[in-house]
Design a protein around this ligand. Structure first.
Ligand code: MCA
Ligand code: AMP
Length: 517
């Protein structure tokens, strides 16, 4: 029987010479750590054996909230190898957020930073988690201590395409976060398509600068390098100066638009500095056309913009080389997200679900082997988001031009994307409305030069109350991940509403659009 475990596919792509460097760390201060391909193989075996020694039920969830480190990546790979389900959590999440994820996903194992062990383990054990380990970004903690006693040989668990590999929580426009269930087949098919479409070559070196708790840094970047046997230069935190300085040693870079904006502010970014680079990829949020042009002028490279979602991994991409499906098109068109990837069906529909004419704007729906299995334990929500003929409704609004390029023009979902992180207004408004003196609130996204878009809170006071905007934000900060905190807060007499009573967020967005310009 063929083992369709994604780990097996990635492992098969390791170079024959296992002593070559697979990952090299760079923090600009300490001496780099080097991990060979053999190290990756042995360490993932030891971690997988540790998970196996715990005698967990098959497909147990392993929830992980730790700082970025090579060992955190190894834990992800080991979880696949052992046949369990990886659940990455943003390090910015606070206790109420973590409590929700743990209670919802019921992980058998939770791994957290040593500093957070007290509160995380309390939440986890109360929710029935059997094991809580710690992992620091300096290789400290109980996880590696326990794994050190394990064998460095391990046969990957046998998996099918349809078996769960990971759950990624993505917030909903209403209600709490939903866990998008991604299978081994979803992840493998997307990794293989991107390997070919982005023309990975022997000798490519990926400069890895993104966090590894979301699709972009965890799957697109790591799978891309591993499935090509390519080395990674590993930045544990994005630092624009350091990233620019390491471009000389790399050939591929992936970033959200904020990373490009910040690197453009570095004088050291020049054509010469980027001369070894083959490919710059941007995604997770719209890339401003000015950034696209500025990057070309400063480095000589045309950024390749692509589009994806937690539920679908990558969906579309501008071409890397000639795309035979589109008459050999090679142009990376700024402002577009390119063509549907091979194997992805993408259609644009009107409100009635009927396909619109070429060039017309409508809702984007997608289908393909990369589209997720559904939301964890939410069959009704899953059913709502799929059409009768099996297309997933992305909630993004766009059009396809006569050359086949897809442009995203907006979103039907009420979502703010700030520096590549998603902020769902409904969640923030829910918290704001509970604060003393607040009658109601609205969160809107406005343009921001660094983060692309940021949230601004507009609050109506209860009769007789005088809530202090700064105090409201400070209180929110104790409850929610820092990137979700509105950058400004205004107290107003009332919110603009239409005749149906619905808050007219477009008017608020218009009113506050120049706040940060
Ligand atoms: C940090 N801050 C932010 C954000 N990040 N505010 C709004 N939006 C943000 N994204 C605020 C913090 O709250 C804090 O505020 C202050 O900035 C400094 O925090 P720090 O953590 O030091 O910030 P940073 O290191 O400068 O981080 C900025 C960043 C980071 C490097 C741009 O946000 C980042 O790595 N973004 C990438 C996100 C990503 O990987 N997305 C992919 C999702 P205060 O001081 O007031 O507390 S995957 C996806 O979307 C799909 C599938 C796709 O297509 O890829
Ligand atoms: P998430 O659910 O966090 O994975 O975010 C997915 C959303 O990010 C998509 O539904 C889009 O709205 C947005 N997105 C991703 N890539 C792009 C892009 N290149 N341009 C515009 N929006 C994007």
């Amino acid at each position: 029987m063929v083992n369709l475990n994604l780990f097996t596919t990635l492992r098969a792509a390791f170079p024959t010479d296992l002593d070559r460097t697979a990952v090299e760390t760079a923090d600009g201060v300490s001496a780099p750590l080097r991990y060979s391909w053999r190290d990756l193989d042995r360490a993932t075996a030891m971690l997988a054996n540790l998970l196996e020694s715990l005698d967990l039920p098959p497909a147990s969830r392993v929830a992980v909230q730790v700082e970025k480190s090579v060992e955190a990546m190894l834990l992800y790979l080991a979880t696949l190898r052992a046949g369990h389900v990886f659940l990455p959590l943003n390090t910015a999440y606070q206790s109420s957020e973590i409590q929700y994820f743990i209670e919802n996903a019921e992980p058998a194992v939770v791994v957290c930073s040593p500093a957070n062990f007290g509160w995380v383990s309390k939440i986890a054990f109360n929710a029935g988690t059997r094991y809580v380990f710690t992992l620091g970004d300096d290789r400290s903690g109980s996880l590696l201590q326990r794994a050190a006693q394990q064998s460095d040989r391990h046969a990957p668990a046998v998996k099918n395409d349809d078996d769960l590999a990971a759950i990624l929580y993505t917030s909903g426009t209403t209600g709490r976060s939903k866990g998008a269930m991604l299978t081994h087949g979803n992840l493998r098919s997307n990794a293989l398509v991107l390997r070919d479409y982005w023309g990975w070559q022997p000798g490519d070196v990926l400069l890895h600068a993104l966090p590894i708790f979301h699709v972009h840094g965890l799957f697109v970047a790591i799978h891309g390098a591993l499935i090509n046997g390519s080395k990674m230069i590993w930045l544990s935190k994005f630092d624009p100066r350091l990233a620019v300085s390491r471009l000389r040693d790399a050939t591929v870079f992936m970033g959200v638009p904020t990373l490009y904006v910040r690197m453009l502010a570095e004088h050291s970014l020049t054509v010469e500095q980027a001369s070894r680079m083959r490919l710059f990829i941007s995604g997770s949020a719209p890339l401003l056309i000015e950034t696209f042009h500025d990057w070309k002028a400063r480095t000589g490279h045309t950024i390749l913009e692509r589009y994806g979602m937690s539920e679908t991994i990558m969906l579309t991409s501008n071409p890397c080389g000639p795309d035979a499906r589109h008459g050999g098109a090679t142009e990376r068109r700024g402002g577009t997200v390119g063509f549907p990837l091979p194997g992805v069906a993408l259609r644009v529909v009107d409100e009635a679900g009927q396909a619109v004419a070429t060039g017309e704007v409508g809702g984007l729906q997608v289908n393909g082997p990369n589209v997720f299995k559904g939301y964890w334990r939410m069959p009704e929500k899953t059913a709502e988001e799929f059409t009768a003929d099996g297309f997933f409704k992305t909630g993004d609004v766009g059009r396809i031009d006569d050359r086949g390029y897809v442009t995203i023009v907006g979103r039907s979902k009420d979502l703010i994307i700030s520096g590549g992180y998603n902020v769902y207004p409904a969640e923030i408004e829910g918290f704001l409305n509970e604060l003393p003196g607040v009658a109601e609130s609205a969160l809107v996204g406005v343009p921001h030069p660094d983060f692309g878009e940021v949230g601004v809170a507009v609050v109506v006071a209860r009769p007789g109350a005088k809530p202090d905007p700064e105090q409201l934000l400070a209180t929110l900060k104790q409850q929610l991940a820092n990137f979700k905190i509105p950058k400004r807060c205004f107290v107003v007499p009332d919110l603009p509403r239409n005749t149906m009573g619905k808050v007219q967020k477009n008017l608020l967005r218009e009113q506050y659009k120049n706040l940060f310009s």
